[in-house]
Design a binder for this molecule. Structure first.
Ligand SMILES: C[C@@]1(CC(=O)O)C2=NC(=C\c3[nH]c(c(CCC(=O)O)c3CC(=O)O)Cc3[nH]c(c(CC(=O)O)c3CCC(=O)O)/C=C3\N/C(=C\2)[C@@H](CCC(=O)O)[C@]3(C)CC(=O)O)/[C@H]1CCC(=O)O
Ligand SMILES: NC(=O)c1ccc[n+]([C@@H]2O[C@H](COP(=O)([O-])OP(=O)(O)OC[C@H]3O[C@@H](n4cnc5c(N)ncnc54)[C@H](O)[C@@H]3O)[C@@H](O)[C@H]2O)c1
Length: 204
């Protein structure tokens, strides 16, 4: 499998089906800023609320082959395997298609994941055992707790500063590695690190 992180902001996403699985998928798509259309005769209360608030466009009907080609990303999440497969055939090879009832039929599956600011940790079994992916994700989310959000911000800022101020590759590498030491998660150590950088490059 070839793992990527996709920017789906303002991209057209089509979700076929309005059940529990579709709802979970839509929640994630909205969080990432996609432009979501749902086609389904029935929908959960959560989807109805999104529709009322104008956050998704819901077409209350069964989907057909003509609906598929215009979306960047397509999620086939009906409870009817034959319908999902009929719609899958209408997709172009250049579209990203997720098939909820059988991951390996589509072009992508969604990993279990969590974020801490700019840090995303994803776990995939490629459809082999979604529940194992979820279990490992839960274990990792306890290990990489909320404090990582601030820590990743710190590393991001430190990295920009080092790139701006240090031109020598070896010294740059050393500084970047020293900012990764476990103790740097602590605010006091971060302050000391900044002070050392300012002193080294004579900034106030
Ligand atoms: C990770 C997560 C991401 C997401 O969907 O957003 C995800 N499934 C999640 C939840 C979940 N999945 C299932 C239940 C009910 C469990 C139960 O019955 O109790 C729950 C609900 C729950 O546990 O909450 C079961 C299940 N899943 C699939 C089938 C069909 C099949 O495989 O035949 C069946 C039914 C047969 C079975 O039970 O096996 C198929 C897929 N599910 C995938 C991803 C893809 C493979 C990912 C991988 O392997 O790494 C793939 C192939 C397609 C896809 O959807 O992309 C999300 C984590 C939740 C979270 O993030 O909190
Ligand atoms: N990917 C996953 O994580 C995962 C987890 C559990 C189950 N599943 C699979 O996902 C599928 C959906 O599960 P669910 O729990 O959301 O089902 P569900 O019964 O809650 O919802 C199915 C939805 O599909 C709609 N629908 C049916 N035929 C349609 C059509 N032709 N066009 C448009 N909409 C149509 C229904 O109106 C309903 O809203 C099942 O096939 C199940 O095997 C996947």
């Amino acid at each position: 499998m070839y793992t990527v992180t996709l920017n789906i902001r303002n991209k057209k996403a089509l979700v076929v089906g309005g059940g529990t699985v579709a709802t979970r998928k839509i929640r994630h798509l909205l969080k990432e800023g996609a432009n979501v259309t749902v086609i389904s005769p029935e929908a959960t209360d959560e989807i109805k609320k999104w529709e009322e608030k104008g956050e998704v466009h819901w077409e209350k009907r069964e989907a057909n082959e003509l609906d598929v080609p215009s979306a960047f990303l397509v999620i086939l999440a009906t409870n009817n395997t034959e319908d999902n497969e009929k719609l899958l055939k209408a997709a172009s090879p250049n579209q990203l298609v997720n098939v909820a009832h059988k991951g390996d039929k589509g072009s992508y599956t969604v990993p279990a994941q969590f974020t801490r600011g700019d840090l995303t940790i994803s776990v995939s079994t490629g459809g082999g055992s979604p529940l194992l992916a979820k279990k490992i994700r839960d274990e990792l989310s306890a290990r990489y707790d909320e404090s990582y959000e601030q820590y990743v911000n710190f590393l991001n800022e430190v990295r920009s500063f080092i790139h701006e101020n240090e031109k020598q590759a070896e010294e740059k590498r050393k500084l970047l590695h020293s900012s990764l030491q476990e103790e740097m998660k602590d605010a006091h150590h971060q302050q000391l690190f900044w002070q050392a950088l300012y002193d080294k490059y004579k900034k106030d």
